[in-house]
Design a protein around this ligand. Structure first.
Ligand code: SF4
Ligand code: FE
Length: 479
């Protein structure tokens, strides 16, 4: 059964998560003013699935049950599915103006659907059966999963087993009859506190010596032994102020957390990779490719930023200046190029032996490489158009102050047809996206999320097919 937004919120209330923020335990994350906007963003993935206009993109038919399910729990069955996934990312980015967090789980499920199948083929294991049973549970209950990959990694020059502290990569510390016991942490976990499930995967390719680190499994997010420590975002405490206008986006946001696993028990039924170290690399690669495609979300957020830039240009009365028009064109050109990359890797996707459709790896990496750059340029142009007032604007409280409010009203008026307050609002939104709380997602996450730029360059180098290209050149000139 698909959940709606209210049911999703209620389902989170039933979780007993151990969450820390600003040095204290947060007993009720759902209603915490700093966390709540991120919950609202995930809730949007539930809400939009029942809007007739968006149903086509937001829902899919389960290949297991034949039932209609939320696309975030779907295993892609065609290039059309992959293309709809790209469109879903843009749609939600545009409707929330932030990271809506639910893609990581979808990408983890799809990567595991491929790799558990390949594992069983080689070893006669039963990972795929376990995985499909788990997937059925996720689809039937319309769950949000956190796909947890990034380990803290300690000294980057050392492999997992050589780290002075052996917990710098998540590992198996004990094997029992009923399952395994794991210890370690996953950093930067998008939407972790808004998730019902945590799906853990290794973070790098591994060798024999690292086999205790080659592990993948899923756990309910509130199982004993898991602790969440919330990351803070630029300007986050504006969310606890009385007037939320200074946040720029009062309703939606994202979050990341450090997730610590302190000797947590995982039953065998939920283990999807265990010491088959040579499958760590393929699992990382699949997840990374899918997740690099998911960054279509940034073109949706880009839509919001472009809309904001055009609006402030009008409010400032400069929208007819040719250089402003040209900057808006440039922003659109860059933003659509991002969308093109995500669409292209979907369109060039292919069927894996498991039946899952996977994106084209080279194009997914090229697409994400663009994402590490273009949002910065789009943000630069938005700031150019917005003007310096975006960062010198007094607070919402000054605006309503009986002493100075009138002065701000008078001196910060632009276009006489637009209220000063609305000019203020749109400037705060641009601030939010380019250097406030949403810049975490729109800029730095664009840089490092789903792998830092160099990770994509390595994949591009591997996949670029240089010998064939050389052959073509040599043939033409008679070598
Ligand atoms: Fe999804 Fe984008 Fe957030 Fe990653 S950054 S979880 S792709 S919305
Ligand atoms: Fe991400």
């Amino acid at each position: 059964m698909m959940m709606n937004a209210a049911q999703y919120e209620e389902s989170l209330r039933k979780l007993d998560l151990v969450v820390y923020m600003f040095g204290r335990r947060i007993e009720n994350p759902v209603d915490d003013p700093i966390i709540r906007p991120s919950m609202n963003a995930v809730a949007k993935t539930y809400e939009m699935a029942s809007v007739p206009e968006f149903e086509e993109v937001m829902t899919a038919t389960s290949h297991l049950s034949g039932e209609k399910i939320n696309r975030f729990t779907h295993i892609h069955q065609s290039t059309e599915d992959l293309i709809k996934k790209t469109k879903m990312g843009r749609l939600l980015g545009a409707h929330t103006g932030c990271c809506f967090q639910r893609c990581v789980g979808m990408d983890a499920l799809n990567a595991l659907s491929i790799v558990t199948y390949d594992l069983d083929k080689k070893y006669g294991t039963e990972y795929n059966r376990r995985f499909l049973k788990y997937l059925t549970y996720v689809q039937e209950n319309d769950l949000t999963c956190d796909g947890a990959m990034t380990d803290p990694k300690g000294d980057r020059g050392l492999p997992p087993h050589k780290q002075p502290d052996p917990d710098m990569y998540l590992r198996v510390v004990e094997e029992t009859e009923g399952g395994i016991v794991v210890r370690g942490a996953k950093a930067h976990q998008t939407g972790a506190v808004n998730s019902h499930e945590i799906i853990v995967m290794p973070t790098i390719a591994m060798r024999e010596e690292d086999k205790d680190y080659a592990v993948s499994f899923a756990l309910p997010s509130d199982v004993k032994g898991i602790t969440y420590i919330m990351g803070r975002q630029s300007c986050d405490t504006r969310k606890v102020e009385r007037d939320l206008m200074d946040t720029g986006n009062p309703v939606f946001g994202g979050h990341e957390a450090l997730v610590v696993f302190d000797d947590v028990f995982v039953p065998w039924e939920r283990v999807f990779l265990y010491k088959e170290h040579e499958f760590a690399g393929p699992l990382v690669e699949r997840f990374a490719s899918y997740h690099r495609q998911s960054y279509a979300c940034k073109s949706g957020v880009g839509d919001v930023l472009i809309g904001a830039a055009q609006t402030i240009a009008e409010y400032n009365g400069v929208h007819n200046a040719s250089h402003v028009k040209d900057k808006i064109i440039e922003m659109n050109h860059l933003n659509e190029t991002l969308f093109c990359g995500s669409l292209a890797c979907a369109a060039e996707g292919r069927r894996e032996p498991s039946g899952t459709w996977c994106v084209n790896t080279l194009l997914a990496n090229v697409s994400k490489q663009n994402v590490t750059r273009f949002p910065y340029e789009i943000a630069r142009l938005a700031q150019d158009i917005a003007g310096g007032l975006m960062v010198t604007l007094p607070s919402a409280a000054d605006f309503t102050s009986p002493e100075v409010g009138k002065l701000l009203e008078k001196y910060y008026r632009g276009n006489p047809d637009v209220s000063t307050k609305n000019r203020f609002r749109i400037l705060r939104l641009i601030e939010n996206l380019t250097l406030g709380a949403a810049a975490v997602g729109y800029l730095t996450e664009s840089m490092h999320g789903a792998g830092s730029p160099q990770a994509q360059r390595i994949m591009i180098a591997r996949q670029a097919g240089l010998p064939e290209k050389q052959k073509l050149a040599k043939k033409l000139c008679g070598i």
